[in-house]
Design a protein around this ligand. Structure first.
Ligand code: GDP
Ligand code: MN
Length: 386
């Protein structure tokens, strides 16, 4: 789950990471109240989950209440790269001497945490990586050991952080690691991490992504979930209790079991297609589940064909088939289905499908996963490669 900047800063504060005093506002009046409390000058910041807000006019400095009124009025409701601004964060403005970058993420290949630190902050780190990769220091951290203050200091020195900021940055790196690990983040990024003229160091921005797998031990995350902005496909799927991840391809996929769903993605790729989603309907592939799954996939305008790949274990072939027939009666599908049904009572299931009076143009059955993938990819308008 991705947090908004203001939520990220509230989260940082729980781990003693210094941020500017401020408050969130949904109206102009609230913005003025927040500004009065933070103390002028303030900065009014659009809360959208997209970078480059400053360039888009979503970040404005204000010296007094009248200026806050003007800027908050302009920013609330503004469209930034397709994201409509519903809230602004108003904080006491900082004097900036230097802007750095710091983040922790998970390097899955290395099976370690990864610290990235740069003296060139304030711009997107991808841009720094492209133009000046040497300006980014990377440090792998064994999760068993964590990061010591000495190691953090060493990283700061290697990143050529200004002498006067080294201690502050090192302390910040230790706190941010604490937030990243104890706070169960997938990503904890500060860009910019600033050095003030008075020598202090603090977080001017916050980009935090929480690991949903850890949600069970964070009841306090519920408040973040209330403002979560999901891909509409994912929202619909979640409301039906489905495991769904939206992708960018044209073949919609329904499978039972996460392993089979992943294999299905692989096979679709192998024969030259692209998957529109990952969707695991789990063990009980009943009519309601199938209807919900088809409804979610049907919602995606990019989907040109639907590949249903079911291997019946506990799930029985006739239940799956009845589920599909029932679902097709409820959902008007825009794309044709190709099904591969195997396992327990598969023959009975295929018989039900064959006798359901569904035209071949809407539903075809293939005996193997590979043949079904080829058929689905062909119907998806992609060329396929074998
Ligand atoms: P992003 O561009 O969407 O990531 O938004 P940021 O929160 O990172 O802010 C972008 C830029 O606005 C920063 O790099 C700063 O240069 C500037 N900025 C943000 N807050 C302040 C502030 O309190 N004082 C000053 N002087 N500039 C700020
Ligand atoms: Mn930023």
């Amino acid at each position: 789950m991705d947090l908004f900047e203001y939520q990220g800063k509230q989260y940082f504060a729980r781990f003693d990471i210094p941020v500017s005093p401020g408050n969130v506002a949904v109206t102009v009046d609230e913005a003025v109240t927040a500004a009065d409390a933070a103390g002028y000058p303030v900065v009014v910041k659009a809360q959208v989950q997209v970078g480059g807000r400053g360039k888009a006019g979503g970040i404005k400095l204000a010296d007094d209440a009248a200026a806050v009124r003007l800027h908050a009025g302009n920013i609330l409701g503004m469209d930034i790269k397709g994201h409509v601004v519903k809230r602004v964060w108003v904080e006491h403005a900082s004097d900036i001497k230097k802007e750095y970058y710091a983040s922790y993420s998970l390097d899955r290949a290395a099976k370690k945490h990864l610290l990235m630190l740069s003296r060139e902050g304030g711009v997107e780190i991808e841009a720094v990586a492209a133009s000046n990769p040497d300006a980014i220091v990377m440090l792998h951290i064994d999760p068993v050991d964590g990061i010591s203050l000495a190691a953090a200091r060493d990283a700061a020195v290697r990143a050529k952080i200004d002498e006067e900021a080294i201690d502050g940055v090192a302390a910040m790196l230790v706190k941010l690691y604490d937030c990243f690990t104890r706070g169960d983040c997938d990503l904890a990024e500060i860009n910019p991490l600033i050095l003030r003229p008075d020598g202090g160091v603090h977080a001017l921005d916050a980009k935090v992504s929480l690991d949903n797998n850890a949600a069970f031990r964070h009841p306090e995350w519920d408040e973040f979930r209330a403002t979560e902005e999901l891909d509409p496909r994912e929202q619909l799927a979640r409301s039906h209790g489905l495991q769904y991840i939206g992708l960018n391809g044209t073949v919609g996929i329904i499978a039972n079991g996460a392993g089979l769903a992943m294999s299905t993605l692989d096979v679709v790729n192998q024969v030259g297609g692209t998957a529109a989603n990952f969707l695991d309907i789990g063990g009980g592939a009943n009519a309601d589940m199938m209807a919900a799954a088809l409804e979610v996939i049907n919602f995606d305008q990019n989907v040109k064909s639907i590949f249903i790949n079911i291997f019946g274990g506990i799930t029985r072939g006739e239940d799956v088939a009845n589920g599909i027939v029932d679902a097709m009666g409820r959902v008007e599908l825009r794309a044709p289905i190709v099904i591969r049904l195997d396992g327990t009572n598969a023959e009975h299931g295929r018989e039900i499908l064959a006798n359901a009076g569904i035209p071949e143009s809407k539903l075809t059955s293939k005996p193997t996963m590979l043949e079904a993938a080829r058929a689905a990819v062909a119907l998806s308008g992609q060329k396929g490669n074998n």
